[in-house]
Design a protein around this ligand. Structure first.
Ligand code: CO
Length: 146
């Protein structure tokens, strides 16, 4: 059955880095992207820096807690691509649809980030090896993005 809540767009591509300030020497200074929203996500033990590109963004994810998943990821695999985030029109409906197809999710239900954005992660075993984040759409309220 087709997913009635198929993704609307790529919201961001996330890169795990040990030091976001150092990574900005490429992404901001050399490449020329502008820094957008920057915030701490203490619940995940990370600080994130968004650099908008067209309709999407690059998200630099830096560990702020040595026990965080990102810190373990960087320690074991080194810096690199961490996840792809797709925005969906109705996250709750998308979750019901994916569960109905037996797709493995990281959490049972959506969670909210520090900006109030509702999201859920899909396990890499279900996606071809890439962690996929699904963002709930903010609808017309684009001023809140990301
Ligand atoms: Co993300």
């Amino acid at each position: 059955m087709p997913n009635p809540n198929r993704p609307l767009r790529i919201h961001h591509i996330a890169i795990a880095v040990p030091d976001a300030a150092a990574a900005l020497t490429f992404w901001r200074d050399a490449l020329g992207l502008e820094v957008g929203a920057v915030h701490d996500e203490p619940a995940q033990g990370v600080a994130v820096t968004f650099l908008p590109v067209g309709e999407g963004a690059i998200e630099l994810v830096e560990p702020t807690d040595a026990a965080s998943g990102i810190a373990r990821f960087v320690a074991s695999r080194g810096p690199g691509m961490h996840h792809v985030c797709l925005e969906v029109d109705d996250l709750d409906a998308a979750v019901v649809h994916l569960k109905g197809r037996g797709v493995r999710l990281i959490t049972e239900a959506p969670v909210s980030n520090s900006s109030g954005r509702r999201l859920i992660f899909v396990h890499p075993s279900a996606t071809g090896g890439v962690l996929v984040e699904l963002y709930d759409s903010l609808g017309a309220d684009a001023s809140k993005r990301p």
